[in-house]
Design a protein around this ligand. Sequence first.
Ligand code: SF4
Length: 308
Amino acid sequence: MTKDNDQMSLIIDDSHQFIQIKRYGRADIEYKETSDILTRATGFMGDYDYTLNPYSGCSFGCTYCYAAFFSRKKEQVDNWGNWVVVKENAVKLLQRRKPGWLDGKLIYMSSVTDPYQPIERKLELTRRLLETMAERHKPKLMVQTRSQLVTRDIDLFKRIEERGGRVQVNMTVTTDDPDIMRTFEPICPPNPARLKAITKVQEAGITSCITMTPLLLVEDHQAFADALIDTGVRKFIAQPFHFKKGKFVAQTRSQAFELMSEKLGSGKDFDREYLNHYRQFVRVFKDKLRNNGLPPLGEGKEGFKPPW
Ligand code: SF4
């Protein structure tokens, strides 16, 4: 059966568990089998046992996303944000693992996509992976997202914990500046939705963390810091963006650099000004953490270490 409208084309296919959606919002959706759903964690994620990416590609399309550069084809890098590959056999692969195989294993979901893609709302692939983990394993699971959709799965985070596993949910927030957001993260959910979502996760009793990774420019240091702390979240991580080394997808680099130099009131070589800005904000934030009796700010790779 096929049903078309402006937004999407639905194909209900008896051989698949999914309703296949060829296009969702602005992203082309492709379905592919993968050889394994758990990847040995290395490098920045080296303190974890596995990374778990239900999708490849990401329709949030942050212009500075390093994950874009792991794409196999040049056109995928150039077209970052406009395509998503669904790993259609992901649940089957996880179900093949013996019950208990992931007990105590540190899993980072996800390292090169957001597990709460817009298409996840329809497909529930991440949800079914969580169900499988809750039923058969006791993992130590770190969930990293920018989407409010994460609140849909609070019941499963609780179930994993009730059965002896551990879960922490990280919500990324990088700036309070609408111009910066439009240039660097044009399609990500807005801050109020992200902050409301992480508040809900925290209030449900799931360990929560706000990751300012990378921290871009902050317009109002005091107000931004207060808004993050007012969520009730107790853990925070920050990391500066390395503009010199940083890669940008498609033609966004010059636009991003112009905006940064304009905002910082400097020339194109604004690295030092940016780092001063980062340090000033971090100082304000650390003071607020101290005054509110909260744990110290985690920074860089150390901050991302598993807490268990
Ligand atoms: S949400 Fe994460 S994975 Fe997706 S584009 Fe942004 S940085 Fe990349």
